[in-house]
Design a protein around this ligand. Structure first.
Ligand SMILES: *[C@@H]1O[C@H](CO)[C@@H](O)[C@H](O)[C@H]1NC(C)=O
Ligand SMILES: *[C@@H]1O[C@H](CO)[C@@H](O)[C@H](O)[C@H]1NC(C)=O
Length: 429
């Protein structure tokens, strides 16, 4: 059995590279007053006149398969599961959007799902962790951004796609140590504006979305949130990877806690979904542009002491579950079926963790993702982003011993909570 961790690793590896060393040094700067959050880069301000729709969003990232082993293929995705599918990831090479040959084939296959669900939107997601240099080179001036925008238009037209999602991780962040006056943050806003202007000029209702960081220290440096708010349809916030094992953070913790726990204060109290959402609201992101990221993967740890399995306990490395600490949901549920595995749902953070001897894993369950979807609904946010379809139980392994196999149980739970079932479903139930 081979599971697909590669996409997850690509996405998250930059977090690992940056690690807490960066967080901590940024914090030091923030608290010592050296790193000021810039106010709005006041260089342009145009109203966006296109009528941006406000339907509920369930945007799902789908990592394109390579030719290796058993993987999730487009034909196995229920066309009604997500409202939007983001094909991950295209790269920026020589200022142009670049996809590999097999990725083009995947896009063609994925778009066939629209025959069954014409409302389904398929977007290309550009970037991901480790792909920042292509962006840096491309945003630098108007002429190079123009080359990029032209290449986007060609792909959107030729493959009948619905839009693009920009996932630059992260503007300015590589320059943090130098503290020189880079203009990447401003150039990113300009890129968004120019793409929106081009859509308007062409009278196309293509979508423009971005995937953005959760930690406040990165947000302050990387984004002019009000400018982003002006030009995008909605924002996918990567509200996960708040805690995972690194040698700088050798402690257990939750991948994606919804709320803080009473024992957490100051910096620790900011590492949760609720804090991040309120931070973006305070920085001027509209409620109906906030799409909250929900992970289908968890993070595993090896406890130093099996007798101390609490949250925040010392850890000596990744757990044996998953790959480099990244655990897909089916691996979690199959492990939970073993004897002597304790599963505890934290009532404050609203997420579960499991342990058995020295194995400790933070994960999301059908219950915890439902809590997050309820939070999204209660706070009248736009919807949920899921990372990723590949890490959910797309083969129904978790329910294979019952008569009612459920495919994609986590995404299903999110969808059912956010989008009221159709009358037909209600009658059938
Ligand atoms: C969510 O965040 C807001 C703003 O920071 C805070 O006032 C509220 O108490 C938080 N909710 C919970 C349940 O922690
Ligand atoms: C599955 O269905 C069979 C036949 O309808 C029934 O006898 C059995 O108890 C069911 N098993 C479970 C786990 O529900």
């Amino acid at each position: 059995m081979r599971l697909d961790y590669d996409g997850i690793l690509t996405k998250a590896s930059l977090f690992i590279v940056l690690g807490t060393a960066v967080y901590m040094s940024m914090l030091t700067l923030v608290y010592s007053g050296q790193l000021h959050s810039k106010s709005q880069d006041n260089v342009f301000f145009i109203p966006v006149t296109s009528d941006i729709k406000s339907n509920t969003v369930v945007s799902c990232y789908y990592n394109t398969p390579d030719n290796d082993g058993k993987q999730l293929l487009p034909a196995s995705i229920d066309p009604h599961l997500c409202t939007h599918i983001n094909v991950a990831f295209a790269r920026v090479i020589d200022k142009k959007i670049h996809l590999d040959e097999y990725q083009y084939q995947t896009i063609t296959e994925l778009c066939k799902l629209k025959q069954e669900n014409p409302a389904l939107k398929v977007l290309i997601s550009v970037g991901g962790a480790g792909e920042a240099s292509g962006f840096r080179d491309m945003v630098a001036n108007h002429a190079s951004r123009k080359i990029f925008i032209k290449s986007i238009k060609t792909i959107l037209r030729n493959y009948k796609l619905d839009g693009i999602d920009l996932d630059w991780e992260f503007p300015e962040v590589h320059k943090l140590y130098k503290m020189k006056g880079s203009r990447e943050r401003q150039h990113f806003s300009q890129l968004l504006r120019e793409i929106r202007m081009e859509y308007l000029r062409e009278k196309r209702d293509y979508l423009l979305t971005v995937a953005v960081a959760a930690p406040e220290a990165i947000v302050d440096v990387s984004y002019d949130v009000q400018q982003i708010n002006n030009y995008v349809d909605y924002v996918n916030i990567m509200t996960y990877d708040y805690h995972y094992y690194t040698k700088y953070t050798p402690f257990t913790g939750f991948n994606s806690p919804l709320f803080s726990r009473p024992s957490e204060s100051l910096y620790m109290g900011t590492l949760n979904v609720n804090y991040t959402v309120n931070m973006y609201l305070n920085k001027g992101l509209d409620r109906d542009k906030i799409v909250v990221g929900i992970p289908t993967y968890g993070h595993s740890f090896t406890l130093v002491n099996a007798d101390n399995p609490n949250i925040g306990s010392p850890a000596s490395g990744y757990g044996s579950l998953g790959s480099l600490g990244f655990v897909n949901y089916p691996d979690v549920c199959l492990f939970v079926a073993n004897s002597n595995v304790r599963v505890i749902f934290d009532d404050h953070a609203k997420v579960p963790y499991l342990y058995k001897q020295k194995e400790w894993t933070s994960f999301d369950s059908a219950h915890s993702v439902m809590e997050k979807a309820k939070y999204i609904k209660d706070n009248r946010l736009r919807g949920a982003m899921v990372y990723s379809l590949n890490a959910d139980d797309y083969e129904g392994k978790c329910t294979s011993k019952t008569n009612n196999t459920i495919l994609f149980p986590l995404v299903q739970s999110i969808r059912d909570t956010l989008i009221t079932k159709s009358t037909q479903d209600v009658i059938l139930v």
